[in-house]
Write a protein that binds this ligand. Structure first.
Ligand SMILES: NC(=O)c1ccc[n+]([C@@H]2O[C@H](COP(=O)([O-])OP(=O)(O)OC[C@H]3O[C@@H](n4cnc5c(N)ncnc54)[C@H](OP(=O)(O)O)[C@@H]3O)[C@@H](O)[C@H]2O)c1
Length: 311
């Protein structure tokens, strides 16, 4: 295994770093994706819900026709949106995404959350729908996003195809140790979303009544600043290196050329075992992405955590 990829349980290589694209407007995203591919990124993370698949498809097309990259060297991730989380609807949702992305297959297809609009659909049904897409070779790997351990276990109980990967909020202040251990045991790769702690997502912090209001952003952590000085790297690079060195995929979002390059420049140094240990022991906060729109849904993945916050 090269240090720049993770091997999924079906043998497919997944780049360890990718470009996040949520909240990035289409007009600037074409240039951002092209910068990323030119820099060496091979994984792009999107979702039908981000409304930017067409721009990403356009950027990929341009990069392929300019011979910057081959399709088979890219690893594109997209997600099935809530209203389509239904075994009879997931194929049409994926086909629509593929059409926008101008691709014949997706490298990884994720259920965006465990809460279908159709309340008769259970998480097990969502998985059966994903398995069908995998068997039809429309998706080279399949996985889940924003599922909790209980729901992942329910899927493992019925799965014919293993869960290849889960995409979850994970960063210095929310390291999800129990989830990591569980996924390692079951050979499920982890994609860490918001790996920089989503510093500019004031929306979530402001409107989420259950968030720890005193939370600070990981960039400003004294240990991160100390390590940045020691290695002549930026705080973002230390945050990403910590996760990569723990064999976690990271998908930092940026549309800024310099920061896209900066975030990829994390392979020329190594944190010591002691430094990794210190970073792993940093005091933890609550999650940032509570997905409050799922409150009240039977499959709300964060219901128990919300309750604990209230106690
Ligand atoms: N599955 C899900 O439900 C879910 C939820 C959230 C996110 N995601 C995925 O994960 C990706 C990343 O998460 P995120 O966008 O919330 O948070 P993030 O990657 O932790 O942080 C992105 C923010 O940090 C800034 N930034 C990026 N690199 C920087 C650097 N080197 N120095 C300083 N600031 C920097 C970006 O601004 P600039 O663009 O101006 O650089 C942006 O505002 C998303 O884009 C999306 O693809 C998935």
């Amino acid at each position: 295994m090269s240090s720049n990829t993770l091997i999924l349980s079906n043998g497919i290589e997944m780049p360890i770093i990718g470009l996040g694209t949520s909240g990035a407007s289409s007009d600037i995203l074409i240039a951002a994706v092209k910068t990323a591919i030119n820099t060496g990124y091979r994984l792009i993370d999107t979702a039908a819900a981000y409304n930017n698949e067409e721009a990403i498809g356009e950027a990929i097309c341009q990069c392929i026709s300019e011979n910057l990259v081959k399709r088979e060297d890219l690893f594109i991730v997209t997600k099935c949106p809530t209203p389509f989380l239904h075994p009879n609807k997931q194929e049409s949702a994926l086909k629509e995404s593929l059409q926008k992305l101008k691709l014949g297959y997706i490298d990884c297809y994720l259920a965006h959350n465990p809460c279908p609009t159709d309340l008769t659909v259970k998480v097990e049904d969502i998985w059966k729908g994903l398995e069908m897409l995998y068997e039809k070779k429309l998706a080279k790997s399949i996985g889940l996003s924003n599922f909790n351990l209980e729901k992942i276990q329910r899927i493992l109980n019925i799965a014919k195809i293993p869960i290849h990967c889960v995409q979850i909020e994970l960063h210095l202040y929310f390291q999800q140790k129990e989830m990591l251990e569980f996924c390692r045991k079951h050979k499920i790769a982890i994609m860490a979303y918001a790996p920089l702690g989503a510093p500019n997502r004031s929306f979530y912090k402001r409107f989420c009544i259950f968030c720890n209001q005193s939370s600070v952003i990981p960039f400003e952590d004294p240990l991160i600043i100390e390590l940045a000085k020691k290695y002549l790297k930026t705080p973002a690079q230390i945050l990403l290196r910590h996760l990569i060195q723990s064999n976690l995929n990271v998908i930092p979002k940026s549309t800024n050329e310099a920061r896209i390059k900066e975030n990829f420049d994390v392979f020329d140094f190594k944190l010591s075992g002691e430094e990794m240990e210190k970073l792993n022991s940093v005091k933890q906060n609550s999650r940032t992405f509570w997905l409050d729109f799922l409150i009240g849904h039977l499959e709300d993945p964060f219901k128990d955590e919300r309750q604990k916050q209230m106690e």
